[in-house]
Design a protein around this ligand. Structure first.
Ligand SMILES: Cc1ncc(COP(=O)(O)O)c(C=O)c1O
Length: 374
């Protein structure tokens, strides 16, 4: 077989702005650990972008979620409701606190937590609703906030994949995903919309929670008294180097989001006539962002999702299947059925969505996908 030299990765960061000069500033000034000007600057800039009062940086998106759950006072005996279809960090961080993750199936059309199934899972132990804006598509936050109010629950948003996604909350006003619940958590892993290499952030309007998370990420240290640790915390601090990257990335976030919207529109346009390729329904009153451009592969498309992944790989196109639903992982195994999450798990595919993607690449990828259809 002729070897195909072309390789289109699933994700690729865009680091062509001030990243290098800000990193050099860190090196020149020797502020390379978790103190330095870029930490405050990145936190302030990110809070402003999201429209929250405070932002607390952390070492990655997983530690951001853990900080938010601990700050919400979650622990053994509590239950946290989250969607079955998500990245494992959402469920694992609940386990870290000693609380129990309670899984809810997703909506087959929007891929987000099925809000009609949430109330059936609420009991006296339930403390937190933890929706995930999966693949950049906003969850139904209006409904989630209504349920939270009715049962006096805290809402923590997992917005790790949804920087810049928006939800209409009033009649006219949009709020950013992550700024609607009590706290919202973001990831800046290298494949995310903006990156710090590894990194995370919690946003909130609650000053006390922000101060508590700043202590918790720093071994519970009292900010006014060196080596006095009234709380058992963690070392979850972001470094100045990470924050330097983040500050530079954030300067161009609108440009980056526009790029992602453009590639999503090109894909949708080119794939819309392929029988058996299906798109998510973006909930009314929301603006999704394209983290990884994702579609469903089903009949009458002649190949299964898994065979399509192999064929694309042979042509130098890297893809991913959707996440394993939590109930299929050994730690969260469940007898309950989650038909929508299972369906999406078997049929969902993430297509290349990196910042190095050209229109030519998208044409090529779509032509390969079309070439198998009758
Ligand atoms: C939905 C979701 N939650 C949490 C995380 C955890 O973020 P990180 O990888 O930065 O720890 C991710 C990361 O990929 C994610 O996709």
């Amino acid at each position: 077989m002729k070897k195909n030299k072309r390789f289109i990765p699933i994700a690729f960061p865009e680091i062509s702005g001030n990243e290098k000069s800000y990193l050099l500033n860190c090196l020149k000034s020797s502020w390379i650990s978790s103190k330095g000007e870029y930490i405050d600057r990145f936190e302030e800039d990110f809070a402003r972008f999201i429209g929250s009062k405070y932002a607390v940086s952390s070492s990655n998106g997983t530690t951001a979620l853990h900080l938010a759950l601990v700050a919400a006072g979650i622990g053994p005996g509590d239950e946290v409701i989250l969607p079955d279809l998500t990245f494992v960090a959402t469920a694992n961080t609940v386990k870290y606190t000693g609380a129990e993750p309670v899984l809810v199936d997703v909506n087959k059309k929007s891929w987000q937590i099925n809000t009609r199934l949430i109330e059936g899972k609420i009991n006296k132990k339930t403390k937190v609703l933890l929706p995930v804006h999966l693949y950049g598509i906003p969850s139904d936050m209006k409904k989630i906030m209504e349920i939270a109010k009715k049962y006096k629950l805290t809402v923590i948003e997992d917005a790790a994949e949804a920087h810049g996604a928006k939800v209409m909350m009033g009649d006219v006003s949009f709020k950013m995903a992550g700024s609607i619940g009590l706290m919202g958590c973001f990831s800046f892993y290298a494949n995310k919309i903006i990156t710090t290499g590894e990194g995370g952030m919690v946003v909130t309007d609650d000053r006390k929670k922000a101060d508590l998370m700043k202590m918790l990420r720093d071994h519970g240290q009292d900010p006014g008294r060196h080596y006095y640790h009234p709380l058992i915390g963690f070392n979850y601090r972001m470094t100045n180097l990470q924050a330097a990257l983040g500050t530079a990335q954030l300067e161009r976030i609108q440009k980056l989001l526009n790029f992602k919207s453009r590639i999503a529109a090109l894909y949708t346009n080119m794939l819309s006539k392929v029988a058996g390729i299906y798109f998510p329904e973006i909930p009314a009153g929301t603006e999704a962002v394209c983290w990884l451009y994702s579609v469903i592969v089903d009949k009458p498309y002649p190949l299964s999702r898994d065979v399509l992944i192999k064929k694309l790989k042979n042509r130098g196109i890297e893809t991913r299947p959707f996440f394993y639903p939590m109930h299929r992982l050994p730690a969260y195994i469940s007898e309950e059925s989650f038909p929508a999450a299972d369906y999406l798990f078997h049929h969902g595919i993430n297509l290349p969505s990196g910042y190095n993607l050209t229109e030519g690449d998208i044409k090529y990828i779509c032509a390969v996908i079309k070439s198998f259809s009758k």
